[in-house]
Design a protein around this ligand. Sequence first.
Ligand code: SAM
Length: 387
Amino acid sequence: MIGSVLAIAKGGAGIVRDGERTVFVPGVVAGETVEYSVAGRLRSAWQGRLLRVLEPSPERVPPPCPHYGDCGGCNLQHMSLAEQQRSKAAILTDNLRRIAGSAPQAPPPLLASPAERCRSKAEFQVAGGAAGFFARESHRVVEVAGCLLLPRVSEEHFLRLRPRAAALDRGQWRVLSDGCALASLLEGNDGRREWLSPERSVSFAIGPHEWRVGPENFVQANLFQLAPMVALLTGVVERERPGTAADLFCGAGFFTLPLAARCDRVTALESDPANLASLRANLERNRIAHVRVLATDALRGAPLEAELAVVDPPRGGLSGRLVSALAAGPARTVVYFSCDSATFARDLRLFQARGFVLEELKLIDNFPHSDHFEIFSVLKRAELSDQ
Ligand SMILES: C[S@@+](CC[C@H](N)C(=O)[O-])C[C@H]1O[C@@H](n2cnc3c(N)ncnc32)[C@H](O)[C@@H]1O
């Protein structure tokens, strides 16, 4: 079959219309004319296979990694970085239009990242004597000769210790680096744990604070975007000057520390024990006593005394109960960091129905060479937004 690629969908495949059917074809660029076959249905969507590019896009480039196509880590390497970013902006805009009911006219401003050596954390898979990354849509482990997304120190560590890790029957190997130091933890599916580095954590400077985290913690994926993400938040806080703030889904305290530096009282909510332990250690290390830590499920929507709320949920986004609780409380401003444009658009619609307006929106390209991205947004109560 022959068709033209209308756009790139979430997941990185191109959208091709075949009569009544929409077919998702990986490995293509928006605007290209391609020959493809229909391979079947996956989760109710028709999956295509690229046979030939008949009219290539000028944005098509040779993939920089020899494992591209086999390794499941990247799915946009066949596009220029600019085209990757345009595709992500189009995905975000499309979701806002379809799910939230409206989208900004212009593409959202972009916080771009260098495409290489940018990842803070690697999660290698180990199975059957191999250590590497999962193949696309599979649990087969692809043995890679390196990964251009990783800092050199993580890549060298991986290559040096791969034989030792591969001796494990089956499990994960997590390596966290700040670009110089690293912490490395091998965990078998049978519960066996082995540290492969002398250090169990690495530290990052967040303003005047030291933020210490390990491979078991949540850490934003892109080393180059850590300081800019904090700056986005502190820009809002310094403009709004809230006395009280809440950090929901706070992890090990990445946003809690800058909030604590600027607000009289902060409440931090997190449910994962490893993140809670590191959060508490980070507060103690930095002698911060005015943060109340709640080990709780934030989705339950407990009432919060906070003029400004930061929410940074996993891909599933927020719950109706949480949005209602934030709307019923004193929050004038919600800073919403999201890693999923569909659930973000769904939640934005809920906020808008409860009197909030979208005041600021940015796309943070934390994941060059893959279709993932982060969203930064500021939502304000309607009656306050035009003052
Ligand atoms: C996207 S991470 C953000 C972490 C932190 N804001 C950061 O930037 O490092 C989401 C965090 O929410 C936590 N989490 C997931 N579900 C939760 C829930 N229902 N209630 C509270 N925390 C949750 C996870 O453990 C994780 O630390």
